[in-house]
Design a protein around this ligand. Structure first.
Ligand code: GLC
Length: 489
């Protein structure tokens, strides 16, 4: 099948969160099972990677509602997968993906509406008609809407859409002008289409018109149909429940594998764990903590957002380090208030708490390799990636039972010693404190169980292969249901 994956983030070019890992991971796995899969994203002015690209001949005409724009299409290759970049300086020649200096660009709705139109126009430009365009999160949300409008027109007459929700919290609000801007009929200003509470809701449009909707774990697919997690669109999701499928993300084991990881001072595996203590020593030394092999390290690598529940963690950390012999490490950035709170805690307990604000891939790998426990007390977590990275590095995740965290971590059973981590239900200071205490007690008092869990966690099969097969099934089900015979296109 021919599959075009449209995204606003793609590692190693531009990445803010997990979306940037998922798109290339899935694309490579689909390519491996024989599909013609390609990725398209905007070309931002973010220098995180020196891609080698070449321009595809000629300016590409992008049909907007008000006329046409001229863009350039660049092509590169990530491993085995062709990657296209839409170059259009007015919208994308900026230092940020969604914004810089903490905020969002005011014209994000215009930027990404333009991107969606360019994705549609890129297909005739390349004379390549994908069977499926797979769109991801609201920045690509107009694609399913445009495809429905384009049915029976041009080479995309038979192209179906899949829309994946990576995060239900961001909808992409836009003024009514969006319709005219993107070349959509004004009729789409309708509660059954894209209107919600007096503005355009791009995510809503995608959920109404995508041929299939997926999200990144089975539990999250259930959660978002409830008002507690649906962010006001749970009614639409209940309405589309038959077309909504949860598929857990995979892990790119080319990048995350303790046996081959180049960032680790010594590699290790479940059969030979010696390297893990070398990683721990280096981690403690690099973070200027006391180098002690017998003290458990609890870590966090995260975007500092409300979603992640780190405010509750900050509330209990002083008590936790005062009452338990543990060390704590945090790496991440985001919300300024949380950044300050973490830094203050590190200043107050320099021997026990170490914090690095920012993004640091090498340190992230060392933290996964050298820690004993990994904390994810998320308020909601569509899938989560770090709990999976942690598990396969023998770093036991401590997670709240939500979304993908619930689906990927098996709670410790004190009798059998089985489990792959620690799971707690409520995001309260007490529940989180108790989960850390339980982990700490297991580490000190029940070493056998701790090691058994490490081995089980490391054996998890989180590879993309299984999930890619599930996406493949969805794509082929759509192909089987072509609405119109090809001679109509
Ligand atoms: C978002 C979600 C995260 C998920 C990722 C990739 O960042 O918050 O849970 O793993 O998307 O799907």
């Amino acid at each position: 099948m021919k599959i075009l994956m449209a995204t606003s983030e793609c590692d190693p070019y531009y990445k803010v969160g997990g979306l940037g890992d998922v798109v290339p991971g899935l694309a490579i796995a689909l390519k491996k099972i024989g599909h013609d899969v390609r990725i398209v994203l905007p070309k931002y002015d973010v220098k995180t990677h020196t891609a080698v690209w070449k321009a595809v001949n000629g300016p590409m005409i992008v049909n907007m509602g008000y006329g046409v724009e001229f863009a350039r299409l660049l092509q590169a290759k990530y491993k085995t997968v062709p990657v296209y970049f839409i170059e259009f300086d007015k919208y994308f020649c900026r230092p940020g993906i969604y914004g810089d200096g903490g905020g969002s660009y005011w014209d994000n709705w215009e930027r990404f509406a333009f991107f969606c139109r360019a994705v549609i126009d890129m297909c005739p430009f390349l004379n390549w008609a994908p069977d499926v365009i797979h769109a991801n999160d609201w920045p690509t949300g107009i694609i399913p809407v445009l495809l429905k409008m384009h049915t029976r027109h041009g080479i995309l007459g038979d192209t179906k859409s899949v829309f994946t929700i990576h995060n239900m919290a961001h909808h992409g609000y836009a003024p009514r002008e969006l319709l005219k801007f993107a070349g959509l009929y004004d009729h789409y200003w309708h509660p059954f289409a894209m209107e919600a509470c007096g503005s355009i809701n791009v995510m809503k449009g995608a959920l109404q018109f995508a041929d299939k909707i997926t999200t990144v774990s089975e539990t999250y697919a259930e959660e978002i149909k409830t008002s507690a997690y649906g962010y006001g669109l749970d009614d639409v999701l209940r309405y589309r429940a038959n077309d909504l499928i949860g598929i857990c993300n995979g892990v790119d084991t080319g990048i995350w594998n303790p046996e081959t990881d180049k960032f680790l001072p010594k590699n290790f595996s479940s059969k030979s764990m010696g390297g893990k203590s070398v990683c721990k020593q280096k981690l403690q030394a690099d973070m200027k903590l006391v180098v002690e092999s017998g003290v458990p390290i609890f870590s966090v690598i995260s975007r500092f957002f409300e979603q992640k529940g780190l405010d509750v963690l900050c509330d209990i950390l002083p008590d936790a380090v005062a009452t338990m012999a543990i060390q704590f490490i945090a790496l991440g950035s985001g919300d300024g208030n949380l950044e300050r709170r973490f830094v203050e805690l590190a200043n107050r307990f320099p021997e026990r708490i170490a914090v690095k604000i920012g993004f640091d891939a090498a340190l992230a790998h060392l933290i996964e390799g050298g820690s004993d426990f990994f904390l994810m007390p998320s308020r909601y977590e569509p899938c989560g990636m770090n709990q999976m990275y942690s598990a396969i590095y023998g770093t036991l995740p401590i997670v709240r039972a939500t979304g993908g965290l619930r689906d990927t971590v098996r709670n410790y059973d004190e009798v059998s010693g089985r489990g792959t981590g620690f799971v707690f239900d409520d995001l309260t200071p007490l529940a989180l404190y108790n989960a850390i205490k339980r982990a700490c007690a297991t580490y000190y008092n029940c070493g056998k169980h701790f090691e058994k869990m490490q081995r089980l966690a490391m054996k998890n099969d989180f590879s993309w292969k299984k999930s890619a097969k599930k996406y493949e099934k969805i794509y082929s089900s759509l192909r089987a249901h072509r609405q119109y015979p090809t001679h109509c296109s």
